[in-house]
Design a binder for this molecule. Structure first.
Ligand code: MG
Length: 187
């Protein structure tokens, strides 16, 4: 609904990312969350290091500039992505955002899991991700509170939201995008 008056809105992009991985029953599988290897806890199943938080952030960046998703850039059918460091995948997404003429303002992420506790590793995760993104990345942990209807008992999932602004005119104009072909999640 409008009253007919024009409104100057800032040029912004919003990107949303979601990811989910099952818990591994292999006690030797390392758990990596936000670039932090968590000791004494079984990891997540995936083709890469299965860093569900980094993956959600990566999809938020790519989605925000219309550049597809993580599975398109890093298919789980590509042996080169086996065991990949997800911070490196995130770094590539940052370059895609820059090439499209946008600059991240912030990324806010929520990860849903009962264990391990997020608080002890939150600062390290935020530091890792913020360094790669070049903007503040915040992480909130939520427990399932024993609700199996959430379907998260055997899984860990995360959502992330990106806000981005145009790069200064001297750096290039926003708006271009990269591949939009279909692909699969690298895991
Ligand atoms: Mg994933």
């Amino acid at each position: 609904m409008t009253d007919g008056r024009s409104v100057d809105l800032p040029a912004l992009r919003i990107g949303q990312g979601f990811d989910v991985h099952p818990w591994s029953d292999d006690p030797a599988r390392p758990l990596v969350l936000g670039g932090v290897t968590v000791p004494d806890h079984a990891g997540l199943v995936g083709h890469s290091d299965a860093d569900v938080i980094a993956h959600a952030c990566t999809d938020a960046l790519l989605g925000g500039v219309g550049a597809g998703d993580i599975g398109q850039l890093f298919p789980d059918t590509d042996p080169a992505n086996a065991g990949a460091d997800s911070l490196a995948l995130l770094a590539h997404a940052v370059s895609v955002v820059a090439d499209a003429g946008w600059v991240p303002i912030n990324v806010d992420c929520t990860v849903v899991l009962d264990r391990p506790k997020i608080a002890p590793i939150r600062e390290d995760m935020e530091r890792n991700l913020s360094r790669v993104v070049g903007a503040p990345v915040t992480i909130k942990g939520k427990r399932t509170e024993g609700m199996p209807s959430l379907g998260v008992g055997p899984h860990c999932w995360a959502v992330a939201l990106l806000t981005a602004a145009p790069r200064p005119a001297t750096d290039g104009a926003p708006g271009s995008s990269t591949s939009t072909s279909a692909g699969s999640e690298p895991g």
